[in-house]
Design a binder for this molecule. Structure first.
Ligand SMILES: Cc1cc2nc3c(=O)[nH]c(=O)nc-3n(C[C@H](O)[C@H](O)[C@H](O)COP(=O)(O)OP(=O)(O)OC[C@H]3O[C@@H](n4cnc5c(N)ncnc54)[C@H](O)[C@@H]3O)c2cc1C
Length: 611
């Protein structure tokens, strides 16, 4: 059987995001006039780039750090309709999201999204079963037959058989239902690569610092290449800055939306505020259950769901008024999650069980009208001035709809007929042929000399692009070794992250292409030492740069750890801010990374807070 991937990408463009592609993108950004320029490389922005490119438009995307480095790598990773939105009678939102769930599972990215069985424990007899039962019947009906199995009712002993960890003192029975889960950071990066395959021009580490105007009209943006040596303002001449011309600009900057709006001036109809959500990771053996568990917490709903050899628990939901780039989890956030999870499981978890922690910021819409709370989980699109569209709010699951709506809005300002969105029929890279490869995993294991488990893991991460990794290992057998300290991953994956997936720093590889930063007890410190030379080889780093990347990563882990011991947001933010992404530090660049790690928040560029 031949598992070679197609030699050309679906749209004829290059799907490889690497240093050469980035250099070429920067060259083109300075020379061409694009139909659409997108600000922000989260799932919304990357979705917009894909939507526009597949409608035949020329599109460029600018991301100030790494793809998915904002909220899109820090979500709850559920592709769901949101059972609780049914309680709020928001049927349209649930139906739309469940349709997206079904599309992703079946057509768009079956390699990246998988069904997850949930158990909903019932405390009360009678009414609670009727109430929840009616909700899941509706949920199943809206979800479309067959995408995931249907719900089932369980007795108390049936519930305990499925999830022995459930405390028996407050359990009267349970109902199981299905949702889906995604590796968000990998998914966003794959959307970006797919957009590139269809001809989109993408650049990470490209920060939008201003807008071009002709009269009132927005005609492009000013961009700073934050990897260029001395890229910040030096004297009166901005170094590493260029202008990018566009017929339409779309602001898809998530929690930074208002900051971008301020560059244009004036207030739009809605603003975006940040709400912090924290997740913790514990080893799989700490909770005995064959299903994910829905937990009714003090004031919201938490989920305990499987994540590889771990459980992921979360989330919190509190206003965040500090650094948008480095949201910090506090000791109190962690204790809140442990306290609420321990209400339903036994044996209880303690802080000693926590392997990893991550925090993200929800971009919640607030308007200047009564509809504010209704807006909060929906998305909104507006065009505050000619040439500019703003899209904000929403959730990960509905990114494709958000992208479609944003491009529809921008298209109205283009002087041409634009075809309707077709992303419903555009599988992401790696989706094509994936089910056949999964069925042939035994043969792939035999041919490659890797275990079946390893092949499965690779298929879940790369789909049919697995052949890129296997070919790399055939050429360089030493890269077939597991990463010391993060053995779920191979060294070849680190190399590939730099050559094909747009990673520019060690942190990008360990945190988003892999997840060593929250899946290992030492938060990826040992892995950093073994991965850095491999990434360095791919990106042409010298020994000094390799050492600086490792040192930066170590100090970042240290700062995160320190913040997680503190009780409140203000002190946790101060501790976390001590080590910032070098791409965000004024006067710093890749070339001066080492200095960046030693600088404190006092030298950073001011960043607007959402309040
Ligand atoms: C804790 C938590 C749990 C969640 N759980 C779920 C869930 O289970 N399911 C679900 O469907 N949704 C969930 N969500 C919501 C979902 O994650 C977000 O709606 C989604 O990721 C937002 O994506 P985005 O692209 O709009 O924003 P982001 O991912 O934040 O992207 C915005 C990008 O803009 C870039 N940017 C900012 N300023 C500039 C500039 N000047 N120049 C260039 N680039 C710039 C940033 O670097 C960033 O990468 C959750 C959110 C949180 C916080």
């Amino acid at each position: 059987m031949n598992f070679e991937p197609p030699t050309t990408t679906p749209g004829g463009g290059a799907s490889q995001l690497g240093p050469a592609q980035r250099a070429e993108a920067l060259r083109r950004l300075g020379e061409e006039v694009f139909d659409i320029v997108v600000v922000g490389g989260g799932v919304t922005g990357c979705g917009i780039a894909l939507d526009a490119a597949t409608r035949g438009l020329s599109v460029a995307l600018l991301e100030m750090r790494d793809y998915a480095s904002g909220t899109s790598s820090r979500s709850g990773k559920l592709i769901h309709g949101g059972l609780r939105y049914l309680e709020q009678f928001n049927f349209a939102l649930v139906r739309e999201a469940l349709k997206e769930r079904s599309l992703m599972l079946r057509r768009l990215c079956p390699h990246l999204v998988r069904p997850v069985k949930f158990i909903y424990p019932l405390e009360h007899r009678g009414w609670e079963r009727l109430y929840v039962g009616a909700g899941v019947v509706l949920y199943d009906r809206m979800g479309g037959a067959g995408a995931v199995p249907r719900h089932r009712h369980l007795t108390r002993s049936g519930a305990r058989r499925l999830a022995p960890a459930l405390r028996s003192d407050s359990l009267s029975g349970a109902i199981t239902f299905y949702d889906a889960q995604v590796d968000d950071a990998r998914h966003t990066m794959t959307v970006a690569r797919t957009a590139a395959a269809y001809g989109a021009v993408l650049a990470s580490a490209a920060k939008v610092v201003g807008f071009l105007r002709e009269g009132e009209r927005v005609t492009g943006v000013r961009v700073r290449d934050v990897e260029a040596p001395g890229s910040a303002e030096s004297g009166s001449e901005p170094v590493g800055e260029m202008t990018v011309r566009a017929r339409q600009v779309i602001n898809a900057a998530g929690v930074w939306t208002d900051e971008i709006q301020e560059m244009v001036g004036g207030r739009g109809k809605f603003q975006v505020k940040a709400s912090k959500g924290v997740h913790i990771i514990v080893p799989r053996d700490r909770i005995h259950s064959d299903a994910a568990i829905l937990v009714r917490a003090e004031d919201s709903v938490l989920f305990i769901r499987p994540w590889g050899r771990h459980w992921m628990l979360g989330t919190t939901d509190t206003a965040w008024n500090f650094d948008l780039s480095h949201p910090a989890a506090t000791g109190d956030d962690i204790d809140y999650l442990l306290r609420n999870v321990n209400r339903v499981i036994d044996p209880p978890l303690t802080r000693q069980d926590v392997e990893g922690v991550f925090a993200g910021l929800r971009p919640l819409l607030t308007g200047e009208s009564d509809a504010t709370s209704k807006l909060s989980r929906e998305h909104a699109v507006e065009s505050p001035v000619a040439g500019l569209t703003v899209i904000a709010g929403g959730k990960y699951t509905t990114y494709r709809i958000m992208a479609r709506d944003a491009v529809d809005s921008a298209a109205r300002g283009l002087d041409q007929q634009v075809p309707p969105s077709c992303t419903e029929d555009i599988p992401l890279l790696g989706a094509q042929g994936y089910p056949a490869l999964l069925n042939s995993r035994g043969r792939l294991a035999e041919q490659s000399g890797l275990s079946v488990d390893r092949i499965e893991h690779l298929l879940y991460r790369y789909g049919s692009l697995i052949e890129d990794i296997l070919a790399l290992i055939r050429r360089r057998p030493e890269l077939g070794r597991p990463v010391a300290g993060a053995e779920d991953y191979l060294l070849a994956e680190a190399f590939y992250a730099a050559t094909h997936e747009g990673a520019l720093h060690l942190d990008d590889v360990l945190t988003r292409r892999m997840h060593a930063s929250f899946e290992t007890w030492d938060r990826g410190l040992q892995a950093a030492a073994s991965v850095a030379p491999v990434v360095g080889e791919a990106l042409g780093w010298d020994a000094e740069r390799v050492a600086a990347e490792v040192e930066f990563y170590r100090r970042r882990v240290e700062a995160e750890h320190a913040s997680q011991q503190l009780p409140d947001d203000a002190s946790a933010d101060e501790a976390r801010r001590a080590i910032r992404d070098p791409r965000l530090v004024a006067g710093q660049s890749a070339a001066t990374l080492e200095t960046a790690t030693l600088e404190t928040a006092t030298t950073t560029e001011p960043e607007a807070n959402p309040t």
